[in-house]
Design a protein around this ligand. Structure first.
Ligand SMILES: [Zn+2]
Length: 408
């Protein structure tokens, strides 16, 4: 879609959203009328939607919720703290979701003759039924396996020669551990960080004992699908016929250029029920524009790799502590317990890392140090490996005179 068409699609969507009190109030406060949106620059003046206000509106009973409509046909739920908020879809929303997904199944190499098995949950939450509906629409054959019961799942997969497995990567490896479930040709993963974890795909292929196609997906309950990789392995392509994605500096709210790190912001192009408008996902990513052989060109090469709300400034550089966990997960010699400590000595920030790990991890400290510097752009002053850590992962910021401890 060229920029002119995109602006016109966005303007039409904002016109629809203006009929919902939730968005009308936000736009009125910002003194923006839908008809004012005539360029991308105009669209960037539209206020952001933040997760707490969006969920607060969704938690209202349907008759008082302006994001609900009489056309809603499917209601899933998603957890937020101790509450469950509804995820509304109309028939038109489901149809469009199926259409964009069909394009991604084709790009993944799924054929109509494939027998697929979905191991995500089907009760309440979105993932299981979401894949089931999309694959049925595509015309493939689908077994709603659901989660758990790995022995029974493995028997069904082997007996019926399931060729496409949809699962979180941990469960897929559990299923493949005994015999590599030889009939599986394509694995769709989701529900856990995958593309952002260096070496994870190699570990999964090693467990399966062959070079199977692995397709990663990224989405949120309020917006699925959002991005999915293809069989060419170039990263997660934004489904730009379904959503408009922006990357912003989380501090200033300004858009950052392609290739620069920032927070992913999402706008639904056509969604009718509970649509998102400049929704701040809180997820940290890098977006690039480069044509892939599958035809998509807007890509998150490393998926998402951290939360922006945990951002700190260390040595003048933006630092996301959870990036440390992502890097550590590629070192099997350490656990997921670690402690990051920032302090200030003589006006200079000092960044220290303590990791729970084995003796073998001590031999890899230099390698870890290089990786941390590459990925976070900050040099850690010390890295210590200890056999046991009581708590973790935690972040301790000692710079404000007290000890600000937060769980990562
Ligand atoms: Zn591609």
């Amino acid at each position: 879609m060229n920029e002119e068409s995109l602006v016109s699609v966005l303007r039409e969507q904002v016109e629809r959203l203006y009929r919902m009190d939730f968005y009308k109030n936000k736009l009125d406060q910002a003194r923006i009328r839908p008809s004012d949106i005539r360029s991308m620059e105009d669209f960037r003046k539209v206020p952001f939607t933040h997760s707490p206000e969006f969920i607060e509106e969704l938690l209202k009973e349907p008759s008082n919720c302006s994001l609900y409509s009489e056309d809603v046909t499917r209601v899933n739920f998603s957890p937020s703290g101790s509450q469950l908020y509804p995820v509304y879809q109309t028939n038109a929303d489901i149809k469009r979701m199926n259409e964009v997904s069909a394009r991604s199944f084709e790009a993944a190499g799924v054929k109509k003759s494939d027998l697929c098995a979905v191991t995500f949950g089907y009760h309440l939450f979105i993932a299981g039924i979401f894949y089931q509906t999309q694959l049925e629409y595509y015309g493939a054959k689908v077994i709603p396996l659901g989660p758990g019961e790995s022995e029974r799942a493995r028997k069904i997969i082997n007996h019926y020669r399931v060729s496409v497995l949809i699962s979180n990567p941990t469960f897929a490896m559990k299923l493949a551990a005994a015999d590599g479930i030889p009939s599986v040709r394509i694995l769709f993963v989701g529900g856990e960080p995958f593309t952002s974890v260096d070496g994870y795909a190699d570990r999964v292929r090693a467990t399966f004992g062959r070079d199977l196609t692995i397709i990663d997906s990224y989405g949120m309950a309020a917006c699925s699908p959002l991005a999915r990789s293809c069989r060419y392995g170039t990263g997660l392509h934004v489904m730009d016929d379904f959503v408009f994605a922006e990357v912003i500096d989380p501090e200033t709210g300004e858009n950052v250029p392609y290739g620069e790190k920032g927070e992913l912001v999402i706008t639904h192009l056509y969604k009718e029920a509970a649509p998102l408008l400049r929704y701040r996902t809180g997820d940290l990513t890098i977006m690039e524009r480069k044509e892939c052989k599958c035809g998509r060109d807007i890509t998150l090469p490393k998926g998402v790799f951290g939360r922006t709300d945990e951002m700190l400034k260390v040595k003048g550089v933006k630092f996301w502590p959870s990036q440390v966990g992502t890097i550590l997960s590629t070192f099997p010699e350490c656990s997921n317990r670690y402690r990051v400590v920032v302090s200030c000595r003589k006006g200079v920030d000092v960044l220290e890392l303590v990791v729970e790990g084995s003796n073998a991890m001590r031999d890899r400290i230099d390698e870890l140090s290089v990786r941390l510097k590459q990925e976070t752009l900050i040099a850690f002053n010390t890295i210590t490996v200890v056999p046991n850590l009581e708590q973790g992962p935690i972040m301790v910021d000692k710079r404000k005179g007290n000890q600000d401890i937060s769980f990562i």
